[in-house]
Ligand binder design. Sequence first.
Ligand code: GDG
Length: 507
Amino acid sequence: MKNNTTKNSCRSLEADILANRALILVSNRGPVSFDVAEKGNLQFRIGEGGLVKALLGLCRHTAATWIACAQTDADATWQADQLALWEDDSTVHVRFLAPEAEAYEGYYNVIANPLLWFLQHSMWDVPRTPVINRSTWQAWEQGYIPVNRMFAEAIAGQILANEQPTLVMLQDYHLYLVARFLRDQLEDHEQQPTLLHFIHIPWPGPEYWRILPPTMRQTILDALCAVDLLGFQTREDGLNFIRTCESLLPHAEVDFKRGRVWYRNHAVHIRDFPISIDVEALRELAGSPGVAMYRPEFQGIIGGRQLILRVDRIEPSKNIIRGFQAFEELLELYPEHQDRVKFLAILVPSRLDVDEYQNYLDELMAAAGRVNARYGSSNWEPIRLLVGEDYPRAVAALQVYDVLLVNAVDDGMNLVAKEGPMVNQHQGVLILSERAGARQQLESGAIIISPCDVYATAEALHQALTMSEAERATRADRLRWLIEREDITAWLCHQLEALVELNLIEQ
Ligand code: GDG
């Protein structure tokens, strides 16, 4: 009931705020992607996930434009036009930017991933990596900077064409420099937009940002200080941002209590908005035939045993190898679990053209192979890997776990930790890394572990596998309650509320 009331008030807040305001959404990847159909005409698919759906929901209230980088050749040929995605007559104007291949490569595959991603997940092995050499600088100067500038130019053009004041919502670490370029572009114009930037990945403290050369880190901090409202996944990420400005951005005046940095005559407000899932849409998918069809496959894999599950992109920050090591430790410490438990790892290929990711895949397969060779028998394969992109299959697996292992070494939020408890039918136990953003909200229902501590993770696995039915049910109820009351609508709503509270926008 409460949830419905909140949803309705969120929808009316969205409508009120956007009634007299244009909207520009900006992200590296757009909400749709095009390909060429058999007859040669363009056809599109809407991106999966709650984020795209929630942001697209906003577009129905006003004149909205979504600006992103083309991901396919067909995207690049799409002539910035209105797209009708809904049954009523509302539309969204989708505009793709098509940077030169070399510039995109430097922006995306060198600076954003791995340099910033690894830095913000504290994953560099500092005595050896990163090596910031001439080609990294080239990727910065001829890739990250110009692609960010290209975004700013496109946004500025759109703002000047809009008759109403504009709210710009920027997403993530690919676009750190956009706000400053945009302010520079609009310096002599009256139409100053309200800028909101949400960062989906962790923000470490200044000690980590020191890995970047001063020019790079100051350019990033300077640009982010041109935003009006800067959103992070957790309170700690926000505090780390303020600490980073205090230590590394000369002339910045920080105010921890108010969550504000004053810089170049402008205040940037820092808040946490933990992202979540679209509970309603997930439940609908979980009840669909497309998910049900996987049940027999999983029954076969599990074979009446208990199931430990993980679902991740193949990504070093997800800490997949230590998960296998913890399972090995469990089998050694508590041999009674041998032949009684199956560990299923559903792994989604990701960024395999970056060396670090390809190597990680090889290493994790070897780690799983070692456990299987050591403990497996003709009727028991301890670890099963399922590699591939198949979201309904992942949801089907989430319905049947006894234990869900989320042991990321660092994670902005981790949506799997929120999806699992919502669809699981076994009162399954969530083991959650203290370094996943989801811990801030889910701590009281999960077993919290320190992700590098393989021994403690093994103990947590044992605790979860042997937990009483009553405790499992209490924890599962708690998790469902916590997730349901703060779903993706709330994430969006809290950002709009903050804009109003901070007087960054008149209602
Ligand atoms: C970044 C941040 C933050 C699973 N199998 C498939 C598939 N999935 C879904 C999962 C989940 C999503 O993909 C992954 O989201 P995560 O949050 O777990 O992780 P990242 O991809 O690293 O996301 C993260 C998030 O942004 C949002 O802000 O939480 O911290 O790193 O929903 O169930 N999706 C598709 N195919 C599959 O086979 N398309």
